[in-house]
Design a protein around this ligand. Structure first.
Ligand code: ATP
Ligand code: MG
Length: 221
């Protein structure tokens, strides 16, 4: 019997990606570092837990390899199963102990768009809001939605990372991002098409983390 394309791809992951892959993570709050990756595979993104790769012959899928806490794979699988299929999200194709194969979302993250001075249309924000409402309707809790976990393509918005939707509690990142979009981004960055260097974006990311910590203490006190 002829092997299915996704099985061939999975074999390729195991034979050509994983053996030569070196990923390290220094701090849990900073993105993982890809030290070495084999030919034909390209790292298209990193998060605090995983690195994501594509193969030149399979542009419809990506592989999300966890660098630590492989039990998080199971949680992400659970979230995808609960989410079902929706046009603003990726889809789970296959998973193993420490990686997932996901449908590739085209486009760029909002973080990248801000850096490159590519305008983020309001429709992108609306699409994401709608997508997050859909997730809530499916019994999930949209969590950890920030500029690197949201993408845009042809003026439409997509949610690229749902791995924390199993968590409980309120995460204000997306709400704060939307506020900043209307108050700061639209009247200033959008209007004058300003590029922001990575070091400034990362400083904002760090500053936001500290600000949230202080706010949390305020609430507790
Ligand atoms: N399905 C996908 N299609 C295209 N790009 C993707 C896909 N999944 C992830 N990426 C890219 O890889 C990056 C890292 O993936 P992801 O956000 O899932 O990792 P993470 O470690 O769970 O992140 P976080 O630090 O937000 O928890 C994303 O920001 C995005 O640029
Ligand atoms: Mg992410």
């Amino acid at each position: 019997m002829k092997k299915m394309r996704k099985d061939v791809f999975n074999e390729l992951v195991q034979k050509t990606l994983l053996p030569d892959l070196q990923i390290s993570s220094e701090y849990s709050y900073d993105p993982v570092i890809v030290e070495a990756s084999p030919s034909n595979w390209t790292c298209i993104g990193v998060g605090n837990y995983a690195a994501v790769f594509e193969h030149k012959d399979y542009e419809e899928w990506v592989v999300k390899v966890y660098s630590r806490e492989p039990e998080l794979v199971k949680k992400e699988v659970w979230v995808y199963e609960k989410l079902g299929v929706h046009p603003s999200y990726s889809e789970l194709i296959h998973y193993e102990q420490n990686y997932l194969i996901l449908k590739k979302l085209k486009g760029i993250t909002l973080y990248e768009a801000v850096h490159r001075g590519i305008r983020i249309p309001e429709q992108v924000i609306k699409d994401v809001n709608e997508a997050l409402d859909y997730a809530r309707m499916r019994g999930l809790n949209p969590y950890d939605i920030h500029g690197k976990n949201v993408m845009m393509n042809h003026n439409r918005g997509y949610v690229v990372d749902i791995s924390d939707f199993y968590k409980t509690g309120i995460d204000r990142k997306w709400r704060d991002l939307v506020k900043a979009y209307y108050k700061i981004y639209m009247p200033f960055f959008y209007k004058y098409n300003i590029h922001i260097p990575y070091f400034v974006l990362n400083a904002v990311r760090r500053g936001y983390r500290i600000y949230r910590k202080i706010k949390r203490k305020d609430i507790l006190m």
